[in-house]
Design a protein around this ligand. Sequence first.
Ligand SMILES: Nc1ncnc2c1ncn2[C@@H]1O[C@H](COP(=O)(O)OP(=O)(O)OP(=O)(O)O)[C@@H](O)[C@H]1O
Ligand SMILES: [Mg+2]
Length: 621
Amino acid sequence: MYYLCLDCVTARNLELISNINNPRSNHSLYGVLNNTCTPMGARLLRTNTLQPLSDVTTINMRLDAVEELIRHEETFFAIRTALKPFQDIDHLITALIQVPKKPSVKHAEQSINNVIILKHTLNLIKLLKESFTGVQNSLLDAIYSLLTDLRLESFEERINDVINEDITYAKSPLALRNQRCYAVKAGFNGLLDVARQTYKETVDDLNEMIDQYREQYQLPIKTQFSSAAGFYLSINIDQLEDKQLPLTFINVKKKRKILTFTTLEVMKKNIKISDSLTEVYLMSDKTIEDLISEIRSGICVLYKASESIAMLDMLTSFAHQCTVSNHVRPEFTDTLAIRAGRNPMRENLYVDTFVPNDTYASSATNFQLITGPNMSGKSTYLRQIALMSIMSQIGSYVPAEYASFRMVNQLFTRICNDDNIESNASTFVVEMRETAYILQNVTDDSLVIIDELGRGTSTHDGLGITYAICEELLKTKAFIFFATHFHELTRSLTVYPNVVNLHLEVEIEEEDSRVAMKYLYRVKDGRNDDEHYGLKFGQIVGLPEDIIRKASEVSYKLKELIDSNKEKSNSNKIIQRRKTLLQLTQHLLQIRRSSNLDKDELRRYLKMVQEEFITKMEALL
Ligand SMILES: Nc1ncnc2c1ncn2[C@@H]1O[C@H](COP(=O)(O)OP(=O)(O)OP(=O)(O)O)[C@@H](O)[C@H]1O
Ligand SMILES: [Mg+2]
């Protein structure tokens, strides 16, 4: 398998393509990453976001190219500048390969347009090739060689045989109409030259006529053009200076301060111009069709050029992202290790205040339970891991100081989005359906993100089901990040050596009877010592004191009951000690496998690991 499998629920929950709250907003992963200059590049990025790669060689090839682009700033800017004027080449290809059932003037006109756009595109490809200076990279070389295909040059030669050399693509409708009219070289068809002459003369007559209007009525009339209406006239109301518009001017329309109008003569001329143009298009059609059918037979080369431009655009877009924010090149190893990782969709919103967090998961610590009060940043942290994995597997740099990923083949998420009215299923049913899907399909190289489970049913059933699901997931070697409000899980699941408890730090500030909670958004090892955040929260939002008092009594009593049962057994500590030992072994193995520290640094690092281990063991005696 070469792709990372994502289901549509995951794509929706992680807001890969569209924002859940506001479908019009482009605050999605695709929206954040999209710095492409061409429609082809944007489409490629979109498909890649939904279907990242899972082949390390290809990903590294992309990353090498991005690194090379970042290193050669001048080339990078030159390429981006050269990419900007490109039209949608795929669109052009679709238009070129269509053969009409019946010839029509409209099609003839469109065909000339297509040839002009193709000429323009070939010219832009030439300019793009010139911007590739000084880069040495296999992927960029491959792109360059696809753009240097000799068949592209032969297209250009053929076009130059038929089309006037100074014909270029123009944006304004009038200029483009003129380009179409004079596209085919003189001499292909005698009648074509006559029709063109009529066109030119009629346009000149019309301009002369409008000059006369200006003189006769002493008004600064402007000539306007639109593809639908042809030529028409306009004037700013202020310039009329209380005068009435003469009656010769008909079809008067007012748009803000501008009056538009025409005359019978102008309308007649428009018809004559249009007739002569129809002649021109029909006369040009045979020549143009011959040219297009020749191009059609070799169109595959244009497909390849379009694909390589899309890839180049996507890679420069990734490189651009690194220049505007601080991203690093990800590595691929057998551990997930991120230093100071940031959520790609949040870091731009909270530029100075976003708190970066570390992540570490290996085969010995593949199940991570995350707890923390409401609003402490659990969901943000979980999404950050999933989004960064996706980014790394499409060949993009990631927002962190250092990042190493284990290649993910399948990404599963179960994220709580309470509103699911369309599917007519209750919260609990949706939750269980999604979880069943995960359990059926999870493999050892999956990444599983579960943000709360078992909320939609009674506490005991919820806890029971969640515990059973965790045990099932623990049988795999998948990396699992599990956020939960069930603190009981953080105790009961610790019998498994590969379970790690994490929590999000908060500080409670109590002054007299006022309580304030300060969110630090920092992920810390272990579970929260104070679990009664719910009660504190209740106090902060102003629940009556009586209720808080009663709630505290019940909550503390229940906790005491559970704790007294636990402390009776010493087995917990034995399990903890074994677990610490196992983690140390894994840690040392990993250092041996993939550390590239020099001797002194390695010694210092090992000493630190040793001290940490001793402290942990002492606490468990
Ligand atoms: N690392 C961070 N740095 C800065 N702000 C953060 C960070 N993480 C989260 N936040 C802020 O905290 C808010 C709540 O975060 P989030 O939804 O992740 O909390 P939660 O723990 O999942 O809450 P709940 O338990 O209610 O689902 C976010 O909208 C964001 O404003
Ligand atoms: Mg949450």
